[in-house]
Design a protein around this ligand. Structure first.
Ligand SMILES: [Ca+2]
Length: 317
């Protein structure tokens, strides 16, 4: 059995400078045949901070899991000729890729490599299941919430050409097997990029279902003063939200991580509790997991999305 991931245009624009959808025909940018059924595609996003006329403007980031199974059995993430376990950076409006359906930006980090097998689409490598990406509007820094194996979770900085570790490293530690990591000599590899957020899947605060880092937003707005200048992330299933300071980023450990609860009807609740309350109102079965995501607008509105109550929440002070 094969597993396909397709990244498509809903419609290729006739005029790329058009500010509204102008009804070009649907089209496929890239199709990936995955060896295993899980991990899959993460997020696709244009850098919302890119200014028109710069090389960054109009480039599309695509985060892709390591091909699935567990423990990256085919060692895809560290292999620069594999499309899996990467964040790609492409230009959808030109056509110098192998399939002719998209372009490779001239300033991509591996464009000038001599080995023709190295995929020029690659922006960073060594990701496992890079679920969400986000940018800090204050300094342009990009981050990825990369879902861990069975032990630890992470949010890492994304820097062009960087190796984010997997499966040599998982968070600050050497990856050993699906059963764990080696906690000796943390971060003992200057060439790797290590996380700004890392936490133990078995940490009591993160339970009952801390298995997948997601989120993700760097909040620089002013509408919610409590969240100002924070890097906010979420646990995909439990919907628990956490933060660290976006200006004093931790370099390992989880001491700096703080929890966010939502005030809803006078009570402090987790996202999952809010969803379950809504489910009761809806006459639906109560959700067992949240599948939460974060999104924000340029002017400081922060939205909470989930797959369980059909509601997009706007967070307020
Ligand atoms: Ca990593």
């Amino acid at each position: 059995m094969t597993h396909m991931i397709r990244f498509c245009w809903s419609g290729r624009p006739r005029d790329a400078s058009s500010e509204t959808y102008d009804r070009g025909a649907p089209g496929e940018l890239i199709r990936l045949e995955q060896p295993f059924g899980n991990h899959n595609g993460g997020q696709i996003a244009f850098n919302p901070l890119a200014k028109p006329g710069t090389p960054e403007f109009g480039t599309l980031y695509i985060s892709i899991g390591d091909g699935g199974s567990g423990g990256d059995p085919m060692n895809m993430s560290q292999n620069l000729s594999s499309i899996f376990g990467k964040i790609l950076r492409i230009n959808p409006l030109v056509s110098n890729s192998r399939n002719g359906q998209y372009g490779i930006p001239a300033d991509n980090p591996f464009v000038d490599e001599s080995d023709p097998a190295i995929l020029r689409e690659i922006y960073v490598y060594g990701t496992r299941s890079p679920n969400r990406i986000a940018w800090d509007s204050k300094n342009g820094q990009m981050y990825v919430a990369d879902i861990g194996q069975n032990t630890v979770e992470e949010v890492s900085p994304v820097i062009a050409g960087a190796n984010l570790g997997w499966k040599i490293w998982e968070v600050s530690f050497r990856y050993v097997s699906r059963d764990g990591v080696d906690i000796n000599d943390p971060r003992a590899a200057p060439e790797m990029i290590f996380p700004v957020v890392e936490y133990d899947q078995k940490d009591p605060l993160m339970l009952p279902s801390s298995v997948a880092s997601s989120g993700l937003a760097v909040y620089r707005g002013s509408e919610i003063p409590q969240l100002q200048n924070l890097l906010i992330f979420a646990e995909l299933a439990s919907g628990e939200m956490f933060y660290v300071s976006a200006d004093q980023l931790p370099e390992g450990g989880q001491d700096a991580i703080r929890r966010i609860l939502l005030k809803d009807g006078g009570a402090d609740k987790t996202v999952l509790q809010v969803i379950r309350g809504k489910n009761v109102e809806q006459g639906w079965e109560e959700a067992y997991r949240a599948d939460v995501r974060l999104a924000h607008t340029k002017d400081g509105k922060l939205f909470l999305l989930n797959k369980r109550d059909g509601v997009i929440q706007l967070l307020r002070e």
